[in-house]
Design a protein around this ligand. Structure first.
Ligand code: NAP
Length: 313
């Protein structure tokens, strides 16, 4: 089979499209024939060697933490999956990923894929959908009637966060570039504003917010400014940063570290099939283009959520 691999950390040119042996499902594992994987910023972070303290990969490594595909083999002790079943999942980040014709997945990370959409495109759901879910509901405890500011809403996580927050009954303000404003309005954002300017104290219509979800890297000063527009008793949750706490105003803060949760992923799939959650895919590329996709991400030119499809699909 074919797989994208890298043998050392580095720029996108470390990614090679190799002929490798097809793996076999061991106990507790499922071999998935990959229909699609999606690019996530963490793929480039791991490849670049920026996350060695968090994810202990071994070389050669196959990237691609999101998988959508069909069950090809079921290992000993696995129940509930049969050959041909359509599945999606967030794979363990230190293991070999889904930028390949086949990938081994622990059975417990897989969920039945949405029936109402293209299987390859459903690889756009697990990592970013779960990140939004865990940030909004597990950490920040967002509930009906609250207000939320989503900073950096135009990306993968932001698209789901806007939809989930709106469906939870929150009033949603989102920062975005003009090109994605219409899409986010359609997804449920109540108020859209441009990128924040931190050179003067933040003054945003609707502040203070019960929850601020920060999806971009911010300096300590910028993060503190975001904490300053959280309402008393509210929550600042970030994907790249957290803090500072403000115990005087009971403002709490946390950084999300996404993990596989098949109950949550099944809930996201159910929403997709019910027509309540739109999976936005900006581009679909052959897996052989993976270096160009990493390059575009490294230079800030990725058009949005990008699906990579193996050549034998
Ligand atoms: N901790 C975790 O578990 C976890 C999980 C998932 C993601 N993350 C991280 O969370 C971040 C978001 O993930 P993602 O998948 O949504 O990434 P993404 O698809 O690359 O989205 C990031 C978005 O932020 C926008 N942006 C950049 N600068 C901005 C600014 N100053 N103000 C407002 N928006 C701005 C970008 O728009 P442009 O097109 O203008 O650049 C882009 O659309 C990434 O850094 C990712 O690594 C962390």
């Amino acid at each position: 089979m074919k797989a994208v691999r890298y043998h050392r950390y580095g720029d996108s040119d470390v990614l090679h499209y190799d002929e490798v042996q097809r793996p076999t499902a061991g106990p507790g594992q499922v071999l998935v024939k990959v229909a699609g994987t999606s690019f996530n910023p963490v793929d480039a972070g791991i490849r670049g060697g920026y996350l060695t303290e968090v994810f202990a990969i071994t070389f050669p490594h196959v990237p691609g933490i999101d998988v959508a595909g069909t069950v090809a083999e079921v290992g000993a002790g696995v129940t509930g999956w049969q050959i041909g079943d359509r599945v999606v999942g967030l794979l363990p980040m230190q293991d070999d990923g889904a930028a390949a014709d086949y990938v081994l997945a622990p059975a417990e990370v897989l969920t039945a894929a949405p029936r109402s959409m293209d299987l390859a495109d459903s690889a756009a759901l697990p990592t970013v959908g779960l990140t939004a879910w865990q940030a909004l509901f597990e950490l920040a405890g967002l509930r009906a009637g609250q207000t939320i500011l989503i900073n950096g809403a135009s990306g993968g996580v932001g698209g789901y966060a806007v939809q989930l927050a709106k469906q939870a009954g929150a009033t949603v303000t989102a920062t975005t570039k003009p090109a994605t404003a219409d899409r986010l309005r359609q997804r449920g954002a109540d108020r859209l504003i441009g990128y924040l300017d931190y050179s003067t104290p933040l003054s945003i219509e609707g502040q203070p917010f019960d929850v601020v979800l920060n999806l971009i890297g911010t300096s300590p000063e910028q993060t503190a400014a975001l904490a300053g527009i959280v309402a008393d008793g509210g929550f600042l949750v970030g994907t790249m940063t957290s803090g500072p706490e403000d115990s005087r105003r009971a403002v709490r803060t946390a950084r999300v570290f996404v993990r596989s949760d098949t109950t949550q992923l099944a809930d996201l799939v159910r929403r997709v099939d019910a027509g309540d959650l739109i999976v936005d895919v900006a581009d679909r590329r052959p897996l052989t283009d993976i270096a160009a996709v990493h390059d575009a991400a490294d230079t800030g030119h990725l058009p949005g959520k990008t699906i990579l499809v193996p050549s034998d699909q």
